[in-house]
Ligand binder design. Structure first.
Ligand code: AMP
Ligand code: TRP
Length: 328
């Protein structure tokens, strides 16, 4: 049997090129490799830990479903589903909560960052977020979890919980490993010391951005005042970030991209990069527009995927209930 692969993204707004190069592009490449039994889901329960408008939530879910399909995820090759439509995620998360030390959760960088960002709403869900994430992964017996590097700490906790559960109740879960892309951390165009994040939209290139917007954002990207183009992430992080994005979209190494632009100025690099990004996502934009114009088929695809996921996850829950003594 091929190894199982699981990953998800939260429906909290538009995807940016960091989400794409750190995660979504890898999802489609891994799916197309044929080497895994892939499961990709919409982490809508996770997204409730941040402030949201209930009138918007379903639309955000459907938009992310359309993002998945437009990027090339294919229901004939991968199980595509919505987290909240598979009750086992919440059930297993509760059981895992009971073996999770508070101290482990207190160390989580994402919890600390988000607590600073949303001081008015430091809810218990935000705190227990990584436990739900562990449930997402363990339910399917995943060995491989493609994510950006900000999620590795959560995966470490997933492994800890799998080990703890197995030690206490008998071998049930597989310890998963993270899988990073070559660009696990795309930096903000506005501030290359910070990762690209939708909490700072000025520094993001969104996958839906039209060519003019892409051009404007790339041309304003913060670089440095040196005259030559060279790949030096330590000393010249802004320029290195642009070369890495270029590299990820062309499969040339960043040094080779720098060599290609030797003797050119920043304006030329930015012009070519903007054109490359605009062209790369042209098909994505068109497909997504079409999917959102008649969302019924997208909804049907994810409803079917959710049924299939619920079957697998339900079988794991039955075993968990036996092992923990909840069922006979
Ligand atoms: P999120 O929007 O936080 O649910 O992130 C979705 C996926 O994108 C996760 O796998 C993140 O690790 C990844 N990701 C988010 N921001 C970046 C970034 N700036 N660079 C690379 N990957 C990212
Ligand atoms: N926490 C992930 C993020 O913010 C999303 C996510 C939730 C996830 N559950 C997961 C990713 C399980 C991989 C596997 O990006």
């Amino acid at each position: 049997m091929k190894p199982v692969l699981v990953s998800g993204v939260q429906p909290t707004g538009k995807l940016h090129i960091g989400n794409y190069l750190g995660a979504l592009k890898n999802f489609t490449d891994l799916q197309d490799s044929g080497d895994y039994r892939c499961h990709f889901f919409i982490a809508d329960l996770h997204s409730m830990t941040e402030p949201f408008d209930p009138k918007e939530k379903r639309r955000q879910v459907i938009e992310l479903c359309a993002d998945y399909l437009a990027a090339g995820l294919d229901p004939s090759q991968s199980v595509l589903f919505v987290q909240s439509e598979v009750p086992a995620h919440s059930e297993l998360a509760w059981i895992l909560n009971t073996i999770t030390p508070m101290g482990e959760l207190q160390r989580m960088t994402q919890f600390k960052d988000k607590s600073l960002r949303q001081e008015e709403n430091i809810n218990a869900g935000l705190f227990a977020y990584p436990v739900l994430m562990a449930a997402d992964i363990l339910l399917y017996g995943a060995r491989t979890v493609p994510v950006g590097d900000d999620q590795l700490q959560h995966l470490e906790l997933t492994r800890t919980l799998a080990r703890k559960f197995n030690a206490k109740f008998g071998k049930t879960f597989i310890e998963p490993k993270g899988l990073l892309t070559k660009t696990p951390r795309v930096m903000s165009l506005k501030d290359p010391s910070k990762k690209m994040s939708k909490s700072q939209p000025e520094g993001c290139i969104f996958l839906d951005d039209e060519p003019d917007a892409i051009k404007a954002k790339v041309s304003r990207a913060v670089t440095d005042s040196e005259a030559t183009i060279a790949y030096d992430p330590e000393r010249r992080p802004g320029l290195a970030n642009l070369l890495e994005i270029y590299s990820a979209l062309t499969h040339l190494e960043p040094n080779a991209v720098a060599a290609e632009f030797a003797g050119e100025n920043y304006a030329e690099l930015k012009r070519k990069l903007a054109a490359l990004v605009a062209e790369h996502f042209a098909e994505f934009r068109a497909k997504k527009r079409k999917l959102l114009a008649s969302p019924a088929s997208t909804e049907r695809i994810f409803a079917e995927g959710s049924k299939a996921a619920a079957k697998t996850a339900g079988a794991t829950m039955a075993e968990v209930k036996k092992r923990t003594g909840l069922s006979g």
